[in-house]
Design a protein around this ligand. Structure first.
Ligand SMILES: C[S@@+](CC[C@H](N)C(=O)[O-])C[C@H]1O[C@@H](n2cnc3c(N)ncnc32)[C@H](O)[C@@H]1O
Length: 220
């Protein structure tokens, strides 16, 4: 039996595929597809499957049994807690929940692979103090846009636009990201026309600056 990963999950696994870790924690593992694939591909020697929900963790346990995966530990807990790992994958959770998991961790791992569902600028702001952002880009799947961040311990100094939109998106923009910004501009132009809302207007100005950066980066 193999696991059929979505494009989002494949992208996450791919980002770690040229590295080897002793211990990876899949925090908020749910079905366990990401962690199980990392083990199957020998990217990690050992996998900590963590979920705050027992029924979710049970799905990961059942999957690992079916795949005959050993070297797994299963923990029902809120976040990393006292667990130690070299790398933590925290995907499919809200940005504020991710920040809370990292803030409450006994020891921060050297590598982080994050995929916040919302509030990504808050996550970036938090990360800058303890991590260098190696990759930070947006992917598109099933009508939705997802932010993906790969970070290693250190620090970073992101510009205001990088904080808002992601470093890699600005430096090496993809057509998907350009499409995302165009859609956002359309959306905010309508809001500003209808409501004259000041914050919406600020967001619109940021989006237009981002579009300019994308066009400049494409011309290099
Ligand atoms: C949408 S699923 C994501 C599954 C998988 N990580 C993925 O991206 O495909 C989110 C999971 O995170 C778990 N979760 C939410 N907050 C958590 C926390 N603080 N600690 C551990 N697990 C958490 C939920 O129970 C749920 O199973």
């Amino acid at each position: 039996m193999t696991t059929n990963l979505t494009y989002r999950q494949q992208t996450l696994v791919q980002l770690l595929s040229n590295q080897k870790f002793d211990v990876i924690a899949d925090v908020g593992c749910d079905h366990g597809y990401i962690g199980a694939t990392l083990l199957t591909k020998s990217i990690a020697k050992q996998l900590l499957f963590i979920d705050v929900s027992q029924p979710s963790l049970q799905k990961a346990q059942t999957l690992c049994q079916k795949l005959n995966l050993t070297s797994c530990n299963f923990l029902v807990q809120d976040g990393l807690g006292e667990s130690l790992c070299d790398c933590a994958v925290i995907a499919g959770m809200g940005g504020k929940e991710i920040i809370s998991v990292l803030t409450n961790a006994k020891k921060l791992p050297n590598t982080l692979l994050l995929q916040p569902m919302k509030n990504t600028p808050n996550v970036r702001e938090y990360l800058c103090k303890n991590y260098h952002v190696d990759k930070d880009f947006t992917i598109f799947e099933g009508g939705k846009f997802y932010d993906v961040l790969l970070c290693t311990k250190g620090s970073d100094d992101l510009s205001q636009l990088e904080m808002q939109f992601g470093k890699t998106n600005l430096q090496q923009p993809t057509s998907q990201f350009a499409q995302f910004i165009d859609r956002q501009i359309d959306k905010y132009e309508k809001i500003v026309q209808n409501t004259m809302d000041k914050r919406a207007n600020q967001t619109l100005n940021q989006l237009k600056l981002c579009k300019k950066e994308i066009e400049n980066a494409k011309n290099i």
